[in-house]
Ligand binder design. Structure first.
Ligand code: ZN
Length: 303
């Protein structure tokens, strides 16, 4: 059983309008689903990804309107790393961000910047053979488009335990100082831990909530047993409509999810229609008018 790279990454925003604008209009990702938190239907759950909502490209946000800015500390991911094809693509993005009044730091084959709420982002030149997962956008040349996740950077508080779970339970391979690679039949992704800053972590707007790793659907149930055998307590399998999920917290405190590669976003309808309509979990469908009225009105950025 191998984890097939990063499946999706979920974060928190306090401003769905600004968040939608930044990730779709500026970064050129596609809104592939506009839904609500299964556990709290008054909280938006927005999904940005490649053109068809592939695992490996899916960045999601829960909106808590007006949420205070968070601060990444021990046990939290502090930067999300995406792939692009070339150094020229990094230069394109540096200029595009500058035209939006956003500063970025280009160093070698890496461009670091932050989203409008301070969430750390980074683009790196891809060195792997994984299929590029890109979205179409009228202002972004296809050769410069973001290609999906490369990895995440996190702060450790218990490096020994973090290493034990990654290597002994999740099948990760140590690939350098604090970095572990999770690679499967079709994709690979890494997590890199460094020592945490002294300021305590504070969840909030602009922080990462959890990182999900991809599993083969037929192997998914067996991961619950493998985690238990490795001394890791997890949730049971939970149906998340687009995929099935298992959650557990690794020893430093980062919340991981193991998510099946299918069925995916086309359970909602054809690829062309993804992101155009508010999708509600079936149990909330009867409350559509009341729930819609409570959600932040969003411009139609679907394409
Ligand atoms: Zn998730």
């Amino acid at each position: 059983m191998r984890l097939d790279g990063i499946h999706h990454i979920s974060c928190i925003t306090g401003d769905a309008v600004g968040n939608l604008d930044f990730y779709t209009r500026v970064l050129g990702l596609r809104l592939v689903a506009k839904s609500v938190n299964q556990d709290d239907p008054y909280v938006y759950h927005l999904f940005y990804a490649d053109q068809i909502g592939s695992p490996g490209s899916d960045l999601t946000f829960f909106e808590y309107p007006g949420a205070l800015p968070g601060r990444a500390g021990a046990g939290m991911v502090h930067r999300i790393v995406f792939r692009v094809a070339t150094v020229e693509a990094l230069e394109f993005w540096e200029a595009r961000l500058a035209s939006e009044g956003l500063s970025a730091n280009l160093e070698g084959e890496s461009l670091r910047f932050a989203d409008p709420e301070g969430l750390g982002l980074e683009l790196v030149v891809s060195t792997v053979a994984d299929a590029p997962l890109t979205a179409e956008h009228p202002e972004i040349p296809p050769e410069h488009a973001i290609q999906g996740f490369e990895g995440v950077r996190a702060y450790a508080s218990r490096m020994d335990g973090t290493k034990r779970v990654l290597e002994g339970v999740m099948g990760a391979e140590s690939v350098g100082e604090g970095r572990w690679l999770l690679s499967g039949p079709s994709r690979q992704g890494w997590i890199e831990f460094e020592s945490a800053p002294s300021d305590p972590s504070r969840p909030g707007a602009g922080t990462v909530h959890h990182v999900a790793w991809s599993t083969e659907p037929v192997e998914h149930d067996a991961w619950v047993e493998r985690l238990a055998e490795g001394g890791v307590s997890s949730t049971p399998v939970i149906d998340r409509h687009y995929f099935r999920s298992i959650y557990f917290r690794e020893p430093s405190g980062v919340l991981y999810e193991l998510a099946t590669k299918g069925p995916g976003f086309t359970v909602d309808g054809p690829v062309e229609e993804l992101g155009h309509h508010l999708i509600l979990p079936p149990m909330y469908e009867g409350r559509r008018a009341e729930i819609s009225a409570r959600l932040t009105p969003l411009p139609d950025m679907a394409r």
